[in-house]
Design a protein around this ligand. Structure first.
Ligand code: GUN
Ligand code: FE
Length: 441
């Protein structure tokens, strides 16, 4: 069995290329087989002879579903707040107390459902989550993603360090942390939904003992499960690891065996050229969280330099360090901060010394990071509307909302329209959403 959608597609097959598939018919397998959800054909509607199940409004655009490479699910209730203090204080004053509440599974259920529903409505068809330190709340997040149809990687947060975590929100010992992380993998895999996978999640080096980091690396080797952590996020974090381990965060994580193909490193605003070389060789990648970095990063992540070095780079919201739930907003922020990096920010510094040349990225590169950049790192057949990939997609329809700024005028060619889609789309403009060929909104 199949279904068909008639649409105009806009997407970014490469960092520099906007592809427009005008008025095509996309055929999607929706049989009971393993290939269900896969795109099997894309043909011009003018030559298509079969029946069409869904026809989009001619002003609407079908786009590949976006991938949030880094998001803290339990921080959803503090979205938009608490960004007045540095990262290390924010964690202890606001974030750890909130995350510790999720042993209350009723609270967890309410937050998870609201979060996952909202992300889907923003076009986030895949998310790589930090859940909480609590095993049951983490499994419940995976179940929620499964029930609501979102593709997800869900990590139980391992953290045991006697000074880097509060006594009331930590794994009792490294061994307990490793045991619960193993149990989390088993429980998420037991859900039996290929769309929802576990991810081994040492919070970051300051929150983890060396024993825990070593044990989690062994767990990754045994289980084949991917790893996520934070890396070189801020001056404080980068400096902490230099002092504790005598090397950069990237080098230290690599020494523990935590930098592998597919490892997701959040932020990495302070990585060096040699760190980038190490990451490019390993196949690990970076979740660029542009808005969050503006508050906690102390620097702009050099996205273009990382991409030029051959490192996988995708985008993350880093909720609630970042205060926007959607990835289109992050695309716009990624472009904006790249301009700040290139131009510099202090007018009292001579223009020739103010910024870093060749740092700007385009809207196309930003959307590529939000789709193909993430897909490549996760090694998942998503990120584009293409035969053989899963049908993860969303529709932007500018006729849907009377209050949205998103409008296409006669002066808007495809390139301009694409920029508008990135900068001006609001959830009210997003119509249908599919994950793995299943319409979920
Ligand atoms: N580093 C360790 N934990 C966190 C977190 O929750 N958010 C951010 N932005 N950085 C972190
Ligand atoms: Fe984070």
């Amino acid at each position: 069995m199949t279904f068909t959608v008639q649409a105009t597609v806009m997407q970014t097959p490469t960092r520099d290329e906007l592809e427009v598939l005008s008025d095509v018919v996309i055929t999607v397998d929706n049989s009971e087989s393993d290939s269900s959800g896969t795109i099997t054909a894309i043909e011009p509607s003018s030559t298509f002879t079969g029946s069409i199940d869904i026809t989009l409004n001619p002003d609407a655009v079908l786009m590949p579903g976006m991938i949030d490479l880094h998001i803290h699910a339990p921080q959803w209730p503090q979205l938009g707040t608490g960004l007045d203090v540095p990262l290390e204080q924010w964690l202890f004053d606001y974030t750890f107390p909130l995350e510790a509440r999720y042993t209350d599974l009723d609270f967890a259920a309410e937050v998870w459902t609201d979060l996952v529903t909202t992300l889907l409505r923003h076009g986030t068809t895949t998310a790589v989550y930090y859940a909480t330190q609590d095993l049951a709340a983490t499994t419940l997040l995976a179940e929620t993603c499964s029930d609501l149809g979102q593709r997800a990687f869900v990590g139980r947060v391992a953290m045991d360090h006697p000074t880097g975590t509060p006594e009331w929100y930590r794994d009792a010992t490294a061994q307990e942390g490793i045991k619960d992380s193993r149990a989390s993998i088993d429980q998420i895999q037991a859900l039996g939904n290929d769309l929802v996978q576990p991810v081994i999640t040492p919070r970051f080096i300051p929150a983890c003992s060396d024993e825990l980091l070593t044990g989690l690396s062994q767990l990754a080797a045994e289980s084949g499960v991917r790893i996520q952590t934070h890396c070189s996020e801020s001056d404080w974090e980068h400096g902490y690891v230099l002092e504790r381990h005598g090397m950069s965060d990237t080098e230290s994580l690599a020494r523990f065996g935590l930098i592998q193909s597919g490892t997701v490193l959040a932020h990495a605003a302070h990585v060096s050229t040699s760190d980038l070389e190490l990451l490019a060789k390993s196949g690990a990648g970076i979740a660029h969280c542009p808005l969050s970095n503006a508050y906690f990063g102390d620097a702009v992540f050099p996205a273009r330099r990382a991409l030029d070095a051959g490192v996988h780079v995708g985008l993350g919201t880093d909720i609630a360090g970042g205060s926007e739930p959607g990835l289109l907003a992050q695309c716009a922020h990624a472009v904006t901060v790249s301009r700040h990096l290139e131009d510099g920010v202090d007018a009292s510094v001579a223009r020739s010394h103010r910024g870093v040349d060749d740092s700007r990225i385009s809207a196309i590169t930003a959307f590529w990071m939000a789709t193909m950049g993430g897909a490549n790192l996760l090694d998942a057949p998503i990120g584009m509307i293409e035969v053989g990939r899963a049908f993860d997609a969303f529709v932007v329809d500018p006729t849907r909302s009377s209050t949205s700024p998103l409008r296409r005028w006669d002066l808007d060619d495809d390139a301009r329209w694409f920029e508008k889609l990135l900068r001006l789309t609001r959830p009210a403009d997003i119509d249908m959403i599919w994950v793995d060929g299943i319409q979920i909104g």
